[in-house]
Design a binder for this molecule. Structure first.
Ligand SMILES: [Zn+2]
Length: 303
């Protein structure tokens, strides 16, 4: 029996989420190892190599059984695999495919790399809430707001690697909070965990949602406002890409249907009428989405 398998590794600022998948997409095993960020993250590839070598031994596989290695990285990536400062990892500007091939001892043709939000989007498309849809727009609402657009199974990067970065849609008027990108008026200033807590004057987004569910007027006002702005962002996206479904993930999506039904309500009010009935659903894979997507990217590329 063929043991051919693919690694999907989501490189985050805290940990590396690693999955080993069969060629047909079944998860064989998953592991999590801490991210060593010392010395500008130079040990990360060493740790990935050690991990892969130990898994091959444990799974009784050889290097020839590895179809490829997919990597998700927290930052923008060009088509050729060059990252432009992954601040969370301490990385500068270099080609991840070349660096990974050299460090892992695996041919460059077997390595794929993508932005982490795009990888999470691809994971959800492949094995999560996007199954059965042709085009999906995944939105992660966490500390910030990120996104990924998948059309016919392929992540859309855009000319500058910034496609579907809906967190920086400049759609908030009358707010002078400065975004991490340096501008003001970005969606994520309001519709992120950070923005929600700040708007409500509370410690975190969960506290705001809990208070809103208990009938707290101020918290409820914030939840409505945030839902409206997020819906406005989705309506803007619908006007350009008109996806089959919006998938909402990230930490804040733990607020569940309570949050989603409000986004739906405002979306229907704001969007151009042909897109009124576009589904808006919760993500399914949670923190595993990125490693699923990274593995899928290898298979999409036909490595
Ligand atoms: Zn911004």
């Amino acid at each position: 029996m063929s043991k051919k398998a693919v690694f999907g590794i989501d490189i985050g600022g805290t940990s590396l989420k690693c999955g080993l998948f069969s060629a047909t997409g079944n998860l064989i095993r998953k592991d999590e190892i801490p991210t060593r960020k010392e010395e500008n993250g130079k040990y990360i590839f060493d740790d990935i190599r050690a991990y892969i070598e130990s898994v091959l031994i444990q799974e009784d596989m050889s290097k020839d059984d590895v179809i490829g290695v997919g990597l998700g990285v927290p930052g923008s990536v060009t088509e050729d695999g060059t990252v432009n400062k992954c601040v969370n990892l301490g990385w500068g500007v270099f080609n991840v495919i070349e660096a990974a091939a050299k460090n892992l001892g695996i041919d460059e043709s077997k390595i794929a790399v993508g932005n982490d939000a795009n990888m999470a989007a691809l994971g959800e498309y492949w094995q999560g809430s996007g199954v059965g849809y042709r085009s999906t727009l995944f939105v992660t609402v966490g500390t910030g707001v990120g996104g990924g657009l998948i059309i016919d199974g392929v992540p859309v990067n855009g000319a500058n690697g910034a496609a579907a970065e809906i967190g920086h849609l400049p759609i908030i008027d009358g707010l002078d909070w400065q975004c991490t990108c340096g501008k003001t008026g970005c969606l994520e200033q309001v519709a992120s965990a950070t923005g929600i807590a700040r708007l409500a004057g509370m410690n975190n987004a969960k506290e705001v949602f809990d208070a809103a569910k208990d009938g707290d007027a101020k918290a409820l006002e914030v939840v409505e406002k945030v839902s409206m702005y997020l819906a406005k962002g989705l309506a803007c996206v619908a006007g350009v890409t008109d996806p089959d479904v919006f998938i909402i993930g990230g930490g804040v999506s733990a607020a569940g249907e309570y949050f989603i039904e409000r986004i739906r309500k405002y979306y229907k009010m704001l969007v151009f009428h042909p897109s009124t009935d576009t589904d808006i659903v919760l993500a399914k894979l949670g923190n595993d989405a990125g490693m699923y997507g990274a593995a899928r990217l290898v298979l999409v590329k036909g490595i």
